[in-house]
Design a protein. Structure first.
Length: 32
């Protein structure tokens, strides 16, 4: 499952794990 599909399906809990493990720092979190 891609990050896009997780967010689109409402499963993202904004925990930051995906951003923390991304080796290329391509995922960022917008906390606003």
């Amino acid at each position: 499952m891609s990050i896009e599909s997780v967010v689109a399906s409402g499963l993202c809990m904004q925990c930051g794990t995906c951003a923390g493990i991304c080796p290329q720092e391509a995922v960022t979190m917008n906390w606003t």
